[in-house]
Each structure stands twice: as C-alpha cells, then as structure tokens.
Design a protein around this ligand. Sequence first.
Ligand SMILES: NC(=O)c1ccc[n+]([C@@H]2O[C@H](COP(=O)([O-])OP(=O)(O)OC[C@H]3O[C@@H](n4cnc5c(N)ncnc54)[C@H](O)[C@@H]3O)[C@@H](O)[C@H]2O)c1
Ligand SMILES: N[C@@H](CCO)C(=O)O
Length: 353
Amino acid sequence: MTIYNIALIGFGGVNRALTELIAAKNQLWERDLGFRLNIVAVSDLYLGSVISPNGLDAKTLVDAKFEKGGFGQLSGGSAEADNETIIKTAPADIVVEATYTNPKDGEPAVSHCRWALETGKHVVTTNKGPVAIAAPALKAFAKTNGVRFEYEGAVMSGTPVIRMAERTLAGAELKGFEGILNGTSNFVLGRMESGLDFASAVKEAQKLGYAEADPTADVEGFDVRLKVVILANELLGANLKPEDISCKGVSGLSLSDIEEAAKANSRWKLIGAAVRNDDGSVTGSVSPKRLGLDHPLAGVNGATNAVSLDTELLGAVTITGPGAGRIETAYALLSDIVAIHSAGASSTAKEAA
Ligand SMILES: NC(=O)c1ccc[n+]([C@@H]2O[C@H](COP(=O)([O-])OP(=O)(O)OC[C@H]3O[C@@H](n4cnc5c(N)ncnc54)[C@H](O)[C@@H]3O)[C@@H](O)[C@H]2O)c1
Ligand SMILES: N[C@@H](CCO)C(=O)O
C-alpha cells in the first residue's frame, strides 16, 4: 500500500474539502485506488503554517475552528504562512496548490508550483493562474525534476475535460471548442431568470463556494478567459496569453435583457470559445451570447459547465458536469493524484507494509 505525503498550500474551500474527503475516505481509497493520503504540512495566508512529519489528523484539522494565525497553536506550527519554507522543506511527495487565482500574473501560485517542482515534489492544482500563465515553464521544471504537474480542476472543476480530450479523444482532431466555463456566472444568470437581482445572485454564488475570492473575475469573464487559454494551449497547441483573447462578461446584462430573451425563447449564456483558423493560428473569445432554447448549451443550468469539442472525425462531443463547488473541485485534485499514482510515481512515496 502506498502513502502519499501531501502539503496543502491554501486552506480555503477546496483544500478543506480535500481534507474532509481524506478524513472520510482514506480507507476506501486504500482499498480501491491503492493509496492513502497523509497531510504533513499546511500553509494558509490567514491561518499560518504547520509542518508535522508524521502527519496531521485530517478530522481534527477540519473540525478545529482556527482563528487568524491559529496554526501557531499547533506543534510545529507558526502564525505566519511561510509558504516557501513549507514547500521546500516539508517531507511531502505532492504539493496541493489551492490559493487564490491571480488572473494578472498568476503569482504567488506560480512561485509555489516552481518551488515544489524544483525540490522534486509533484504539484496538483486547481489554480488557473499558474496553468494559464506559466504552464510551459512549469511543465519543463516538472520534466527536469522527474515529477508531474497536474491541473485537471483548473477548467471544469471535477468534470474531466483536459484528460478526456487529450487521452480518450486522441486522434479525433480537435478543430475548436465552445462552452459554458464559469459556474458562478451561469448560476447568476439562472437566478436572474427567476427574478433575483444581480448583486444578490452573486452573493448566493459566494455562499455556495462557487465564486472567486474576488467575484469580478467571474462576472467580467476573466476567469473564463484563463480557461480558454488553458484549453486552447493544451488541446489546440496554441500559445495564447490572456490578453490575446477578447473578453466581455455578464455584468452588463440587466433583468430586462434576461426577460426580453425569455420572451424570444432564448437565454443569455457566457460563452468561452476558441477555433483553429485556416492558417493554423488559434483565436479565442469570451462573451455573453443569446442562445435559442434548442441550442445544446441553452439547457445547462446552475453551476454546471459544458464544453462542446468540435472534432474532425466525430463531429461535436459535449462534456457536461459540475464546474464549481468545494467537494467537486477537491475531487479534481484526487483525480490528479490518481493520475500520478497510475503513472507509476509510487517510487517517490513511502511503501508501507
Ligand atoms: N471553489 C471552486 O469551485 C473552484 C473550482 C475550480 C477552481 N478553483 C480554484 O481553486 C483555488 C482555491 O479555491 P477556493 O474556493 O478554495 O478559494 P478560497 O478563497 O476559499 O481559499 C483560498 C485560500 O487560500 C489562502 N491564500 C490566499 N493567498 C495565499 C497565499 N499567498 N499563501 C497561502 N494561502 C493563501 C486564503 O487564505 C484562503 O484560505 C482558487 O485558485 C480557485 O480559483 C475553485
Ligand atoms: N469561480 C469559478 C470556480 C471554478 O473555476 C467558477 O465559478 O466557475
């Protein structure tokens, strides 16, 4: 049986949910997946940091109501979040990066990932910043150091789109994609269809754990722009940067726009898309579109996401599922760890009797 020692960077909704899953399901994973997870370090800007080489009890971590700097009370803890020391020195096989997404330059998460990879640790992340902005460099660090950089949850939370498109649809010849790639804005549009005002709908999305720390990224389309960059670069072999993509969000839509669309048997959806042009270049866009009710994406509701992949050999293949949510996104981290495990990375982990 394999034990992966993990270090959690960020202890907000997603990494807490992963900790809850560890507390509830480690035994099941041991039986069904062939490994269990042991949390040896946690660092969070608000709570501080802690290293425990033998492992922290996941249930205690979840149940304790830590206040600001609260990790300082734990043995091996500090009230400060010393990410660099934690990442470089904790006896971890895998660093789980789930701090906030910085849509401008991806920092400090880019550095978190780089420190981990440079010190021979795998990285799994749901953070879109480092993937959209620095994936080529981070993949190169991973390769040089014989470890993996995995980020399935950066695009559609736990719904598999990256590995599905890359592995299961290999050879189908992707020409482009369009999709609903932000749970918060889709949830907000749906609530506005029920008559709720924009600001109250955003507050609901925040309470449900869908929204970014700054929900401007959700409603202005910046979050979708990062996801379009990730998919276009990963699946269409593009080399796009966020600023290459035209971007308009849903904040300009009023209740009367929504009502007008409904009267005309249509609905507003925030669509992220990219297409390969005849000259081989790739163009991406993010904008609200009024879709007829017969459009395949018109019926995608709430925080659900969907992406329709336009392929040469199969035509359109649509993947749909949760696009946000704490547990749903923690599942993406588990799926990344399963990928690492399946790739035979267990040589870097402790083999227990
Ligand atoms: N929640 C979702 O549905 C979802 C889905 C897919 C991807 N994501 C991404 O996953 C990441 C985590 O999401 P979340 O919902 O847990 O966010 P969150 O805001 O609940 O938690 C982020 C945590 O990171 C901590 N943090 C911020 N900066 C830090 C730093 N420099 N060092 C250490 N800790 C720091 C904060 O204190 C907070 O506890 C984000 O990048 C988000 O975009 C979230
Ligand atoms: N805030 C994002 C989280 C998933 O990336 C959303 O609402 O889709």
